[in-house]
Design a protein around this ligand. Structure first.
Ligand code: LLP
Length: 422
């Protein structure tokens, strides 16, 4: 999108006029630009040229099957963390052979489903999980391929709630423990431990923590190779940050990021895996919402939108900033608003004291940077149905999720007419 960052008189996204779209799809809804997603994927793929590298999109960032289908068409695999994400990835046409399975809480059923789907690699995060994978692989009659998720004890210098690579975090195992796993490989005859993995956090805007983690992985790979262990894959995780504040946040250039991979993993002859989530989709998405009313409080003025914290949790959960654009014909004076939703919590605030053009009921408002961890983290809180999601592509749109109906929202709920005894 171009133009004044907070007032966009005739905004269109991927060739679709958003005013016209909002006449066809009632607000609030998420809109994603297919072109913007493609440009991110292809840019990263270009930077990786010449390396044996596989992008595995972190499905949690945006699990919509239409979005995953777009990824599949671009040769992007999936990083999954649940049987649900596995099911979505497979439905969208992502082959099991380009899926990696992360997460500290994989259950036996999830492991069996992943083996059944031919998932390429389990990113194993504890000795207990490794033993369970051994048992499940044995029962399934296969040898499961696994990577150790190493906790490199690196501070990603991001929000504490999305930092994952410090020793105090629940993720991965330290290198001493990982070393013992390789030494004891005979204990797990039905697991081929032939990969290394690290993911240090999300929305990372500095190269140094990535490079530090990669250098620890690389040193460990060299040590293991010298001891005769074949390492077939090194997965450097996700975490590339994006610009939530246009002109302020300075994301890492993908060429610099891949430059660090080339430097640190120089001489590695296996496959390099990247698990970007946010980087591929965040800036491709907007939450399209409408002003319900402008409320003058005693101390502040509130812009009350028809979207709320249940639709986009990031501001309430992480105090995250999202740029906000008002779509109208321009020429209005400025005002300062607390931008809020209708949910009954003070935390239902998208922005505080934000400088915006003066608004009135009915104005369209875009919340930017909403393509990642937006719809995917939404809930039915306050009995608000999940929003529609729309994919835009070269002047056309496709509704890739219909808005949930009230009946769908409560379809698994019943009056207690049939009582049982457990
Ligand atoms: N790989 C693993 C193992 C992960 O846990 C994650 C994200 C990713 C890859 C992708 O990270 P990304 O490239 O998207 O940074 N809800 C939070 C973000 C949570 C990230 C969780 N793990 C937010 O809205 O900021």
């Amino acid at each position: 999108m171009t133009g004044n960052p907070t007032c966009m008189p005739s905004a269109s996204l991927d060739g679709v006029d958003l005013h016209a779209l909002s006449a066809c799809v009632p607000t609030p809804f998420y809109a994603y630009s297919a072109d913007a997603i493609r440009r991110r994927v292809e840019g990263l793929q270009r930077a990786l040229a010449g390396l044996d590298a596989q992008l595995c999109f972190a499905v949690k960032a945006n699990p919509n099957i239409g979005v995953l289908h777009l990824m599949a068409g671009l040769g992007v695999g999936a990083d999954i963390v649940s049987a649900g994400e596995l099911w979505r990835a497979r439905r969208a046409g992502i082959p099991g052979s380009s899926i990696v399975f992360s997460g500290v809480g994989k259950t036996a059923d999830e492991m069996a489903a992943a083996i059944d789907a031919g998932v390429w690699k389990f990113n194993v995060e504890s000795a207990d999980e490794l033993s369970l994978l051994q048992a499940v692989a044995r029962a399934c009659g296969v040898v499961a391929h696994a990577a150790v998720r190493v906790n490199p004890d690196v501070d990603a210098r991001t929000h504490a709630k999305i930092s994952t690579g410090k020793a105090e975090n629940k993720f991965g195992v330290d290198i001493d423990e990982a070393r013992r796993w390789f030494a004891d490989a005979a204990h797990w005859p039905d697991v081929r431990l032939d990969g290394l993995h690290a993911h240090i956090g999300s929305q990372i805007l500095e190269l140094a923590p990535f490079e530090q983690a990669m250098s620890r992985l690389a040193a460990f790979w060299r040590e293991l190779a010298a001891a005769g262990h074949r390492i077939a894959s090194i997965d450097v995780g996700g975490g590339l940050g994006v610009a939530y504040r246009a002109g302020m946040d300075r994301p890492i250039d993908p060429a610099d990021y891949v430059g660090a991979i080339r430097r640190q993993l120089h001489g590695f002859d296996g496959r390099i895996v990247l698990e970007p989530g946010r980087y591929l989709v965040a800036e491709a998405g907007v939450l399209v919402t409408r002003v319900v009313r402008v409320k003058a409080g005693r101390e502040r003025e509130f812009l009350v939108l028809d979207a709320a914290m249940n639709d986009l949790q990031r501001p309430a959960l992480y105090d995250a900033w999202h740029d906000i654009h008002v779509l109208h014909e321009g020429g209005r004076p400025r005002a300062r608003y607390d931008v809020v939703g209708p949910v009954c919590e003070t935390g239902d605030t998208f922005a505080r004291d934000r400088d915006l053009p003066r608004c009135e009921a009915g104005d369209l408002v875009l919340i930017a940077g909403a393509g990642a961890y937006g719809a995917s983290m939404s809930s039915n809180y306050n009995s608000r149905p999940l929003l529609a999601e729309v994919l835009l592509d070269e002047g056309r749109y496709a509704v890739v999720r219909r808005r949930q109906s009230l009946a769908q929202m409560a379809e698994n709920e019943h009056l207690p007419t049939a009582w049982s005894v457990a």
